[in-house]
Each structure stands twice: as structure tokens, then as C-alpha cells.
Ligand binder design. Structure first.
Ligand code: NAD
Length: 442
């Protein structure tokens, strides 16, 4: 495919952003957009709003903001919808989540109060630590999927939206192994009709989104769009998908540090990560089933970055441990500690300690925004199936079957920028740089 094959539909009209889960991340995101639109805050951390990239050769001194360079939905033209097992509107939910100061929340109260969730598709077998009454009823999982599809269509019509995207911001479900009902579209649809217990609520939302041709991003470590049946459906219906698990606190740090250690060929004998957090996400993760899902997502990062099979003497015996401790007094203000045991020249040991006092939802909100806008762009470019160029945002980035996912944040950023350069008809940047020295001709 060359640039001339890609035509990008304009971002005219209104974009509806659908959010399963109206908790800390979603409400911090919605409140942020309202605050930015009112001019009382800046969209810090968002590439789509503040990012720039270089164009052409370094000697040309050209650069562009991402939002000037590719057509993205304007923040004034977005609206929000979603589902939750609690009926609180986004203002009430944000007040309970306690991420944002009351003073700021009061300033965006009108915008938040009008975002009211729709009743959720929920299964207590998948999330054990919380229960809510605001849930849909249906004889089969297919009935529930149909109800979600109807919600999506009604939302679009009632809000005058031209396009929709869905970003999963609901709780982490318990860990499940892939099963036969996840393998093909036919088996999955049969499973929906038969109420197969191995079909999780998040998979029902994903199915509904794809059937309505709504791009879907998975912000949790759930196995939702990760199953072959739904990836096949996304391809068949030409819908963009991406995941999994927003890359925010500790894993963000890991994907900064581990590639650096590996590029210097410093060895690693152990990486011990522990953290405390007290929000509802932490409460849900106190259940071993949900924690297992998160743990798999977090543990895979190091192995994939370090490639122990290729470098057995450096990374063949890494003791990697991850703990999440639910500690209510901290609320959303997580604290993470990492102890990293490395070794250098002649095997001499060294240690690195990282103590990150982060705010989970403050880090996650701009990711939700960028994913919503970039997934809308992808759909308008007819980029369907897995959007690997959005790996930058995920702990467990999806990649085509047989491909190793890319975890290095800087490589992920280059991939994202190059994809945008490609869309805008600009030269891709490979950092070879020999032309500046006359060694290679232009
Ligand atoms: N905060 C971060 O930095 C971060 C980072 C990576 C991933 N995540 C993931 O993002 C998700 C949201 O995190 P959060 O901090 O906002 O959690 P949260 O607990 O504050 O919000 C999740 C919301 O989802 C609702 N919910 C649960 N099951 C649902 C269902 N089936 N349908 C609709 N709603 C449902 C809950 O009632 C809750 O209101 C979690 O899966 C979390 O693991 C968060």
C-alpha cells in the first residue's frame, strides 16, 4: 500500500465516545475534556492535543502538531456515553472516585451530570468484589448483545453522532483460558445463543461494538478483543481494534527502563514490583482471579522486551515478581516500588530503586482520549483489524498472530509517528542519518 491508496474521510460532525465502565478513569477523562473545552485546564499527556513530530530531514527544521497534520475529531465535537452497574451519573461517579478536586469538579458539573450510564451487561462470576443492581436482563448472552447493539444505535441517533468509538474502561474480569467458543465467529455466536459460561461480559460488549462497526479499544487486561473469534469478526466487518491494558504507572516505567538496560547489555537477575492503591480498581484486583489477569499482562512485558532465549546469560534467570495491594487510604494515588537487581561488566551486581508516587487515572485519561481520536482516524482511513501502531498506549499490545509485540516505548512512538507520516504523505524517518555526512546520497 502506498500513501496514494489511503484516502482519509474528514472528521466532520460529532464523534460519540462510548465507555463501558464509568469509574475513575472514565470520569477523569470526561471531566478533563470539559475542563479543556472551558479553557480551565490543559490536556497534558495527550499526544493528539499537545504532540508534535518532526517532518523531513533534520536540516529542514520542519515539524507539525499531530492534530494539524492528520484530521482528528475536535474536542468541541465529542460527546460521551457508557454503561455501568451503578446508575450514578458521571458527576456522582467522579465525586465518589475522588481523583479530582471538588473545586474542579464543580466547574464541570453541568457537563458531567448529563452523562448518565446505561444499564450494564454484568456477570458476578467474572467480577466478584463488586455488585450492582443496574444491569440488563436477557434469556441468553445473544439477547444481551442485541440490547447493547440497540443502546449503541439509540445513542448515535439521540446524540446526533456521525461516528462512534468504544474504549473499555470497566473493571478487570477474572482470568480465563482460551476455550473453543473463542476460536471462530460461528462458535462464538453459538456460545452467545447457548449462554456459554466461558463468554465474558467484556466479550459481549466487544461483539456488540464490532457488529455495529464501532472501533473498539481495550483498556483493561481482559481477554475481550484478544480472542481469535472477535479478531476475525473485526477483519470481516472491517473495524479497527486495539488493546490491551492502558500502559500507565509501573509498567510505563518498566518499558522505559528495561529497553535501556537491554540496549547497554546490562544483565538482570531480578525485578520486584509492588504497589499500593485504594481505588475501586484496586478493590476488584484484590480478587485473585482478577489479579491473575492483571499479573499475566504485567509479567509478559519484561520477557518480551528482554528476549531471554536470545540472551540467556543476561536474561535467562530473571526473577520477576509483581504485587498489587489494595490499601484504601491511598485512593487513586498509587505508590509503586521497584527493586531492580542488575549486573554489569564481569558480572558485578548493582541495584536500581524506583519509587513512583503516581495518580493512576491522571495517567490513564489522556490515553483514553488519544485512543478514541486515533481509533476514529483509523476507521476513517479504512485501517481495520489490529492497530499495532497504537501499541504505545498498552501494557500488552496486540500484534498479528506470529509477530512479537513491540514494547519499547521509543520504538512504539516511532511506529506511531511513522504511521501518521505515512498517512500524511511524508517521508518515513529511520534515523540512519548518513546523508548528512555525504556517505550516502539523498
Ligand atoms: N487507572 C489506570 O491507570 C489503569 C491502567 C491500566 C488499566 N486500567 C484498567 O482500566 C479499567 C478502569 O479502571 P478504573 O480505575 O476506572 O476502575 P474503576 O473501578 O474506578 O471503574 C470501573 C467501573 O466499571 C464498572 N463495571 C464493572 N463491570 C462492568 C460491566 N460489566 N459493565 C459496565 N461497567 C462495569 C464498575 O462499576 C466501575 O464503576 C480497569 O479494568 C483497570 O484495570 C486502569
Amino acid at each position: 500500500m502506498t500513501k496514494t491508496d489511503v484516502s482519509i474521510a474528514p472528521a466532520t460532525g460529532k464523534l460519540g465516545i462510548l465507555l463501558p465502565g464509568m469509574g475513575a478513569v472514565s470520569t477523569t477523562f470526561i471531566a478533563g475534556i470539559a475542563a479543556v473545552n472551558k479553557g480551565i485546564a490543559e490536556p497534558i499527556g495527550s499526544l493528539t492535543q499537545m504532540g508534535r513530530m518532526r517532518l523531513g530531514k533534520r536540516s529542514e527544521n520542519r515539524s507539525a502538531t499531530l492534530k494539524e497534520f492528520v484530521p482528528l475529531a475536535d474536542l468541541k465535537n465529542v460527546c460521551f456515553g457508557g454503561w455501568d452497574i451503578f446508575s450514578d451519573n458521571a458527576f456522582e461517579a467522579a465525586s465518589k472516585a475522588k481523583v479530582l478536586e471538588n473545586e474542579l469538579l464543580q466547574q464541570v458539573k453541568p457537563e458531567l451530570s448529563q452523562v448518565k450510564p446505561m444499564p450494564a451487561v454484568f456477570d458476578p462470576n467474572y467480577i466478584t468484589q463488586i455488585t450492582g443492581e443496574y444491569v440488563k436482563k436477557g434469556h441468553t448472552k445473544m439477547d444481551l448483545a442485541e440490547q447493547l447493539r440497540e443502546d449503541i444505535r439509540n445513542f448515535k441517533k439521540n446524540n446526533g453522532c456521525d461516528r462512534l468509538v468504544m474504549v473499555w474502561c470497566a473493571s478487570t474480569e477474572r482470568y480465563t483460558e482460551p476455550a473453543p467458543c473463542h476460536q471462530t465467529i460461528q462458535a462464538f455466536e453459538q456460545g452467545l445463543r447457548d449462554n456459554d459460561p466461558l463468554i465474558a461480559p467484556s466479550q459481549i460488549y466487544t461483539y456488540a461494538a464490532l457488529k455495529e462497526r464501532v472501533p473498539y479499544a481495550n483498556g483493561s487486561p481482559n481477554r475481550s478483543v484478544e480472542i481469535p473469534a472477535l479478531q476475525e469478526l473485526a477483519k470481516e466487518l472491517r473495524v479497527a481494534i486495539c488493546g490491551s491494558d492502558f500502559k500507565t504507572g509501573q509498567t510505563f516505567m518498566k518499558t522505559l527502563l528495561a529497553p535501556g538496560l537491554k540496549s547497554r547489555l546490562l544483565g538482570l537477575s531480578g525485578w520486584y514490583s509492588t504497589n499500593i492503591l485504594g481505588n475501586r480498581d484496586g478493590e476488584v484486583l484484590a480478587d485473585p482471579g482478577s489479579f491473575k489477569t492483571k499479573e499475566v499482562s504485567k509479567l509478559s512485558v519484561l520477557e518480551q522486551i528482554l528476549e531471554p532465549d536470545t540472551y540467556p546469560s543476561l536474561y535467562g534467570k530473571v526473577h520477576h515478581q509483581v504485587q498489587i495491594n489494595y490499601y484504601p487510604p491511598r485512593g487513586d494515588n498509587k505508590e509503586g516500588w521497584d527493586n531492580i537487581d542488575i549486573f554489569g561488566w564481569l558480572g558485578y551486581p548493582m541495584q536500581i530503586k524506583v519509587n513512583f508516587l503516581c495518580r493512576d487515572s491522571i495517567l490513564a485519561a489522556p490515553i483514553v482520549l488519544d485512543l478514541a481520536l486515533f481509533m476514529d482516524l483509523a476507521q476513517r482511513c479504512n485501517f481495520y483489524g489490529i492497530q499495532e501502531w497504537l501499541s504505545f498506549y498498552f501494557k500488552s499490545p496486540l500484534a498479528a498472530p506470529g509477530l512479537k509485540p513491540e514494547h519499547d516505548l521509543q520504538v512504539q512512538l516511532l511506529k506511531l509517528h511513522n504511521t501518521l507520516r505515512f498517512l500524511g504523505g511524508e517521508e518515513l524517518i529511520n534515523h540512519l542519518g548518513l546523508t548528512y555526512y555525504g556517505i550516502v546520497e539523498e
